[in-house]
Ligand binder design. Structure first.
Ligand code: SF4
Length: 369
């Protein structure tokens, strides 16, 4: 997949843009001033696959906590600043690796200039973004009329035009200051707006792009919205960092982001890939229970083997032959496949243990020099 070239920057040691791999970002859901809780969550996010983590710095207690947090975490930290430019200056001084700023909610240009100059002095980048929610108040009459008349397309194009105007206006402030390490984002709850907005940004600017939806909701619905937008853009080569955001434990957004990148071939798998048949009226075993149990047990395997669990002869043997380890599960018994070869028949009670045993054995061979 060809990535669209963007200007390379760095978030601490992590390269972003240029030909660097797409970076997984997440954000803590803790109060940043709760140092121990925040540090623990950052560790969980990194363990799950996050490469950079953003923390909210709502008040002085949060920025005062940053030096202690930064000493205890293994990844670059981004400070998320809104309304108070002082928080940005304090976070920069504390040693964060990037600032996320909405110039639209700072009082005046001078405040933005002070943040830009501090970032320049410390050699750290800034992300500026427009969110649909933060610009709708300024939405012009045309957009309102379009909304009223439910002309979605007109609404979309007016909104995207407004997003581009805002980004261009903000970028001029940075250009005038000769500050180039800027990452851009344009978020909406609507995947179509996100897709169209980022395509347009990508046509107009060469800054690295941070992809994401805003207020995507719980994983059950937000997952579909996020994948619809992010997968489309990533498949077109657009996007340098991503954050999938849910109203849930942020670890879920990281595991989903990782799976998305692996599914698109933008990242190598490091863990097993489990495939299973979708189940139909031919099934003769409780495959949902079986898959759940295997999925849980596979967390102990740390190599990228392909594991398949299939329920009948229609697609079963074909898929089983293509996986590293597979189970063709029927009534009361199943056939175990290893590297495409039928290995043995196992009883229903033995299925999970036997399959995991084969996975472990492959994992041991994998790790051998
Ligand atoms: S593998 Fe068999 S049981 Fe599973 S969905 Fe396909 S046809 Fe149905």
């Amino acid at each position: 997949m060809m990535r669209r070239p963007t200007r390379p920057i760095r978030i601490g040691p992590i390269p972003v843009g240029g030909d660097a791999p797409v970076v997984i970002q997440s954000m803590t859901s803790t109060h940043t001033h709760d140092i121990d809780v925040t540090v623990a969550q950052i560790h969980r996010l990194v363990q799950a696959g996050a490469e950079v983590v953003r923390v909210a710095v709502a008040d002085l207690h949060d920025t005062q906590a940053l030096p202690k947090i930064l000493k205890q975490v293994p990844c670059p930290i981004i400070a998320d600043v809104h309304y108070h430019y002082e928080r940005a200056l304090e976070a920069i001084e504390a040693g964060v690796h990037k600032i996320r700023l909405n110039p639209g909610n700072l009082q005046d240009r001078d405040q933005v200039h002070r943040v830009i100059d501090a970032c320049k002095d410390h050699g750290i980048p800034i992300r500026i973004g427009v969110n649909e929610g933060s610009i709708v108040e300024r939405i012009d009459k045309t957009v309102r009329e379009a909304e009223k008349s439910k002309l979605a397309r007109e609404h979309h194009s007016s909104l995207i035009r407004l997003m581009m105007e805002k980004l261009t206006e903000y970028l001029k402030i940075f250009d005038d200051r000769n500050f180039r390490d800027v990452v851009l984002s344009a978020k909406s709850i609507d995947p179509i707006i996100v897709i169209e907005a980022y395509r347009e940004i990508s046509r107009r600017f060469d800054h690295p792009l941070h992809l994401g939806l805003t207020h995507a909701g719980p994983p059950e619905t937000g997952r579909i919205r996020s994948v619809a937008a992010l997968a489309t853009l990533l498949a077109e080569g657009i996007g340098d960092t991503i954050r999938i955001s849910y109203a849930a434990d942020p670890v879920v957004e990281v595991t989903d982001a990782k799976e998305l990148l692996c599914s698109l071939g933008l990242r190598k798998r490091t863990e097993p890939e489990l495939i299973a048949c979708p189940i139909c009226g031919r099934i003769e075993i409780d495959l949902i229970k079986l898959v759940g149990e295997v999925r849980r047990r596979l967390t102990e395997i740390n190599v990228p083997i392909k594991v398949a669990i299939m329920g009948c002869v229609v697609n079963g043997p074909g898929e089983c032959e293509q996986a590293d380890v597979a189970l063709f599960a029927g009534r009361g018994k199943g056939i175990l496949y290893v590297r495409g070869e039928q290995k043995r028949t196992v009883s229903e009670e033995q299925m999970v243990d036997a399959l995991i045993e084969e996975c472990r054995s492959l994992a041991n061979q994998w790790n051998r020099p």
